[in-house]
Write a protein that binds this ligand. Structure first.
Ligand code: HMG
Ligand code: MG
Length: 302
């Protein structure tokens, strides 16, 4: 087993992390969070989502957030777009990268974006074409890759088919989402094995939620399979409004700790990241959810 020597983290805290917060997080706080995350060395920080504010009120300030970020060379800020309307709004606000999101479960697709999987792909085709014309990259998400809150089991082959459809349409990277965190390492390996038969492994990313505490184990399993791009959320913030009970993404601090322990370089300053986890958690009136942040903060205080 040869592990990768480097890994790339996609920080999704400002979007996936905050989208489920019941109280509106001030726009200035969202922008400050993004700036702090960049200061930690994160080169890809998903900024927001151009979705319907009726569906996800927390993302209603998407344009203000995107316009408020100071652009720095080499740093990318993908934003979610569910349709052409979202793409046009994102482009108008200066987006340089977007992400479309589909689900490998029919039930989740209906609940999350109000259409079937097939309809979602039809919606995304013009989004991809328009993005190509505008010269911007599109990331693709496949939700419910390891289980669905409504239909239960999801077959790896269904994930592989959808991942291929998004890749073939022009998505530069496919992020496999364990939306409800029910995955386990062996299931993760079987999933990656199935998807990598259709989409090159170097084009895959892992997006693990930590609902059952398995996210770090799943990332280790994915690393063993050759995946080296992982989505994570500072302080373990988050959850999906259409996946009741799902907790946050794996905490970025926990992933950085794992990678450091394995000697895998990801370019992130762990001390600054813990400061940021503490800062955003304070803004939200709670303690950081991640074990690594708690342990390092307790050590500092001792
Ligand atoms: P719909 O109701 O079927 O859409 O929603 P519609 O086309 O009938 O439009 C309804 C209203 O929304 C209209 O406004 C549209 O203009 C407006 P009205 O005339 O009623 O005033 N609208 C929009 N407004 C702003 N931006 C837009 C937009 N589109 C339409 N882009 C729709 C369909 C897709 C819009 C809706 O279902 C939606 O916004 N869903 C987003 C749900 C969401 O954001 N979920 C969380 C992100 S996914 C996730 O977290 C999973 C992930 O992390 C990976 C993982 O963990 O697995 C990515
Ligand atoms: Mg997610």
């Amino acid at each position: 087993m040869t592990l990768p020597t480097t890994a790339r983290l996609v920080e999704v805290g400002p979007r996936d992390g905050l989208q489920n917060e019941p109280q509106f997080v001030p726009t200035a706080t969202k922008i400050a969070l993004i700036e702090r995350l960049i200061d930690c060395g994160l080169e890809c920080v998903e900024a927001t989502a151009f979705v319907s504010p009726k569906w996800v009120p927390q993302m209603a300030d998407a344009a203000e957030v995107l316009r408020g970020i100071t652009y720095r060379p080499g740093i990318c800020h993908p934003v979610l777009v569910p349709n052409e309307k979202g793409l046009e709004a994102a482009l108008a606000a200066g987006a340089k990268e977007v992400a479309v999101f589909a689900a490998a479960s029919e039930a989740f697709s209906q609940k999350n974006i109000n259409c079937s999987i097939k309809e979602s792909l039809e919606r995304f085709r013009p989004v991809l074409a328009r993005a190509k014309d505008a010269g911007i990259k599109v990331r693709g998400y496949v939700s419910c890759a390891l289980g669905c809150p409504y239909q239960g089991e999801v077959q790896p082959i269904a994930v592989a088919d959808l991942a291929w459809a998004l890749f073939e349409m022009g998505c530069h990277e496919i992020s496999l989402g364990d939306t409800i965190g029910t995955g386990t390492p062996e299931k993760t390996k079987a999933l990656i094995d199935a998807v990598a038969r259709r989409v090159p492994i170097k084009k895959l990313a892992g997006h693990f939620h930590d609902t059952y505490g398995m996210a770090i184990a799943n990332i280790y399993a994915a690393l063993q399979e050759g995946v080296n791009v992982f989505d994570a959320s500072v302080g373990g913030l988050g959850g999906c409004p259409y996946a009741k009970g799902a907790s946050g993404n794996v905490a970025t601090e926990d992933v950085v700790w794992l990678l450091k322990g394995l000697g895998i370089d990801c370019g992130v300053d762990l001390d600054k990241l813990v400061d940021t986890a503490q800062w955003i958690s304070m803004q939200l009136g709670r303690e950081p959810a991640s074990k690594v942040a708690r342990a390092l903060l307790a050590k500092r205080a001792a």
